[in-house]
Design a protein around this ligand. Structure first.
Ligand code: PEP
Length: 248
């Protein structure tokens, strides 16, 4: 049985002080032993977030990371800077980073490998555009994203990874995928992992759905056999996130 994992993606929201306030407000609401709960917050707030989450079930994740160890990469964050302060997860290849910061499947792969090298669990994002869905190429596209993202990743590492299926047309739009649409793609992702590795890896890896998840849509989505939780943007900044975590 895979344990569900529900992660908030705060994007570029909340100052460090506001982060402490929001974590204090949310921590009693997201208390759960059944679900892994992760808050991915802006880099500048990570230290304060980790302090504020002490003694709770909340793990803190970063929203991005660079794939080099150190050096002349102005503005970037190295993996050992994250582990040094206790960061456990990192979102890799979110569609906003692909769209606005020129991330590619190849840079996603380098970051995934580097995260594993440092013992950070990557939340690897994939997803199709509306045009791709309308053209009927969704599954082919996602399979290609996954195959490149997991190049040279071992099966032991892949077992511990998290994949977030996030259709771009559903992110921040209020248009949540139907549970059938989300299940179909998450099942295809699991099949792709099985083809790359084996059944055991496919059964172990956790696959989230992300895209306009709310307290209303969470329970049906997360009840699907291949959906192991969610990556939640807008609703993770509100008390509603507690309802999403306790979706049952
Ligand atoms: C996201 O940013 O990963 C996301 C899913 O956003 P939202 O829930 O706001 O659509």
């Amino acid at each position: 049985m895979r344990k569900k994992i529900i992660a908030g993606n705060w994007k570029m929201n909340k100052t460090p002080s506001e982060t402490v306030q929001l974590i204090n407000e949310l921590r009693p609401l997201v208390a759960s032993e059944e679900v892994d709960v992760v808050f991915c917050v802006p880099a500048i707030s990570l230290t304060k977030a980790i302090e504020a989450a002490q003694g709770s079930n909340i793990e803190i994740g970063a929203e991005n990371m660079y794939y080099e160890e150190s050096g002349a990469y102005t503005g970037e964050i190295a993996p050992n800077m994250l582990t040094d302060i206790g960061v456990k997860y990192v979102i890799i290849g979110h569609s906003e980073r692909r769209e606005y910061f020129a991330e590619t499947d190849e840079t996603v792969n380098k970051k995934v490998l580097k995260a594993f090298e440092h013992g950070i669990t990557p939340i690897v994002c994939c997803g199709e555009s509306l045009t791709q869905r309308e053209q009927g190429v969704t599954i082919d596209w996602i399979r290609q994203q996954i195959k490149i993202a997991f190049l040279n990743v071992t099966s032991e590492q892949a077992k511990a990874a998290v994949i977030a299926y996030e259709p771009i047309w559903a992110i921040g739009t209020g248009k949540v995928a139907t549970s059938e649409q989300a299940q179909e793609v998450c099942a295809a992702i699991r099949q792709c992992i099985k083809e790359i590795y084996d059944e055991a890896t496919a059964e172990a890896i956790r696959i989230q759905y992300g895209g306009s998840v709310t307290a209303d849509s969470a329970s049906e989505l997360f009840a699907q056999p291949d959906i192991d939780g969610g990556l939640v943007g807008g609703a993770s900044l509100k008390p509603d996130f507690g309802k999403i975590v306790n979706y049952k």
